[in-house]
Ligand binder design. Structure first.
Ligand code: PRX
Length: 567
């Protein structure tokens, strides 16, 4: 029997107080995610249970019990406090998937500061934009990533500390740098936990939109209530599970379900800090006898591409439950996983802004391959008419996915950007920016995004951010960025560029521009292709029309062009 039991029964008598009661929380109490994910688990008799098994690039394994996690997060928390870091200060985690990332996250929350995880492969400009917007006080990082921070340091006057967790003790520290070693620091037995309340800020994740710079999504400690219950009912996490969430905590899946959910449930989780290969992943599942695996469609499609034969070389019989998130999970992938693993990947749908799974397939409920499933109990979702923002009255019609605000982990604001936050709300609905349809049985079917944001391999790329990076090259006069189809990543980034007088298109220039922007962007946002144009399609008022370029790449109808210049 799955944790959720019957979806329909849960739907009938649902209240978030189910989660509050299980977590021993009463409205008005102190609620601190860092404490819930370590101290409380120990208090419940699981101090010696394994919390984290970590395998690094070189194959070196590190193991932490819940008591180790409690002590280590106390130790980092005390160190941060000693530097003068206070509640609501933003502390960025800019690291590979090393244990200090997972433990440092809890430490930041324990002292009431706000955790701001950023993907360690970000280039210096991507990093700068996010650190300056958040007014970040400190960055916790590794020595190999510190040079990127040094490059932008002058422009970040509020950044007081760069904490290097793997300093060799010999190399001289540079401006604002300080060394910290978890293995050498004296463990701190008792740390005064900051008394955060439900609405105290906890985590900032930056997410890309179509226009403007990335937005800081502000979450609060109360998010725990829905992260706990969705992990229990959708991911079906149980006491003896060995759980593997493949996401990097630079993204919301890696924090909501890669740190908070498994730790607050007192589950043993494994982390692999190594690049993707089918062989390495299957070996990891076999070695640690993974039972619950939460991954993403691009990885699943890559595994499909690697073929069925390789699966047979490994004993994957420990797998009990599989789920996926981040981009459309095509029905072929669901059918394939049923064939080779003996169980389907269950699709789950949510966003940085929602903080938890909002539409999903559930263990025990009929899976319709290709569908995202049904709203989580406690979430009201509808397909809205794009003109009236009223729910469509008949089934099968495509519209906007709208959610009724009010569940515990809904973002509370975009940091310093009230206009963008308001822009996402209409007629009492939060607009996800996605389009879908609902069948007569209430299953949701994803159709596409309702904006120009590119979802490449599950990572949202803002065309604006890539266009800005291109424009900062001295040869580039105009730039436009759209997606083009790709069999594995579903879509990849394609750049169109027109040149300033005196520059001629050439392979060398293309390479030079690509190298130039590579330093500024995340590797995931890098265009896979560049095309030179004399001029780019614009409206008569000079606004770039990506729609035309997009339609050409996807072989679609171009549509109405009456407002374009030169038509
Ligand atoms: O477009 C949807 C797509 O990813 C977007 C959210 O991206 P992000 O905020 O980075 O969070 C990703 C992980 C929670 C959504 O607006 N998306 C997410 N899940 C699915 C999906 N598209 C189709 N099917 C899904 N299951």
């Amino acid at each position: 029997m799955s944790n959720i039991g019957s979806y329909d029964e849960r739907l009938g008598n649902f209240s978030w107080s189910i989660s509050e009661k299980e977590l021993g929380y009463k409205p008005g109490d102190v609620i601190n995610i860092g404490w819930y994910c370590s101290d409380r688990v120990c208090q419940m008799g699981k101090a010696s249970k394994l919390a984290l098994i970590h395998e690094g690039f070189s194959g070196v394994e590190r193991r932490y019990t819940y008591n180790d996690i409690r002590l280590a997060s106390n130790t980092i928390g005390a160190f941060l406090r000693g530097l003068g870091i206070r509640n609501e200060d933003r502390v960025c985690l800019f690291m590979d998937k090393i244990p200090e990332l997972y433990i440092g996250f809890l430490a930041i929350l324990k002292i009431g500061a706000i955790a701001q995880p950023l993907f360690s492969a970000f280039g210096d400009e991507s990093l700068y934009v996010r650190l300056s917007d958040a007014g970040t006080t400190a960055v916790i990082t590794q020595k190999k990533h510190a040079p990127k921070i040094k490059k932008i340091l002058e422009r970040l006057p509020h950044l007081k500390h760069i904490i290097i967790v793997d300093h060799d003790g010999k190399t001289p520290l540079r401006e604002r740098e300080v060394a910290f070693s978890l293995t050498e620091a004296k463990p701190v037995e008792t740390l005064e936990i900051f008394e955060t309340k439900a609405e105290s800020p906890s985590v900032f994740h930056y997410t890309s939109g179509t226009t403007g710079q990335p937005k800081g999504v502000r979450h609060v400690h109360y998010s725990l209530i829905s992260q706990y219950l969705t992990a229990k009912w959708v991911l079906d996490l149980r006491e003896d599970d060995i759980y593997w969430c493949t996401a990097d905590p630079g993204w919301v899946t890696g924090t909501s379900y890669g740190i908070i959910a498994p730790f607050c449930l007192g589950i043993t989780q494994c982390v692999l800090d190594a690049g993707f290969s089918a062989e390495a992943w299957y070996r990891f599942i076999e070695k640690y006898k993974i039972t619950m695996w939460y991954s993403a469609p691009t990885a699943i499609r890559s595994l499909m591409k690697a073929g069925d034969e390789i699966v047979k070389r490994f004993d994957l019989s420990s797998l009990r439950h599989l789920a996926s998130v981040g981009e459309p999970l095509n029905s072929e992938a669901v059918v394939w996983s049923q064939r080779v693993f003996g169980r389907p990947f269950l699709d789950t749908y949510w966003q940085t802004e929602t903080g938890c799974i909002v539409i999903s397939n559930y263990p025990g409920m009929e899976v319709r391959p290709g569908s995202m499933g049904k709203p989580f109990p406690g979430i009201t979702a509808a397909i809205l008419n794009p003109s009236t923002y009223e729910p469509h009255s008949s089934y099968g019609k495509i519209g906007l996915i709208g959610l009724r605000p009010g569940w515990p982990s809904m973002m509370r604001s975009y940091w310093n950007n009230e206009a963008a936050f308001q822009g996402k709300h209409r007629n009492g609905w939060y607009l996800t920016g996605d389009r879908a349809r609902m069948d007569k049985d209430g299953y949701f079917w994803f159709v596409g995004r309702d904006d120009d944001v590119i979802n490449t391999g599950g990572h949202l790329v803002s065309p604006f951010e890539v266009e800005s990076a291109l424009l900062s090259h001295p040869a580039v006069a105009e730039s436009a960025v759209v997606s083009k189809p790709d069999p594995i990543n579903l879509e990849v980034v394609k750049a169109f560029v027109s040149l300033k007088p005196g520059f001629e298109p050439s392979k060398d220039l293309e390479l030079e521009i690509m190298n130039f922007i590579r330093k500024k962007l995340s590797p995931l946002a890098m265009p896979q292709e560049m095309a030179f144009f004399k001029s780019l399609p614009k409206t008569r008022s000079g606004k770039l029309v990506r729609r035309i370029l997009h339609a050409k790449e996807w072989g679609e109808e171009i549509g109405d062009t009456s407002t374009l210049e030169d038509d």
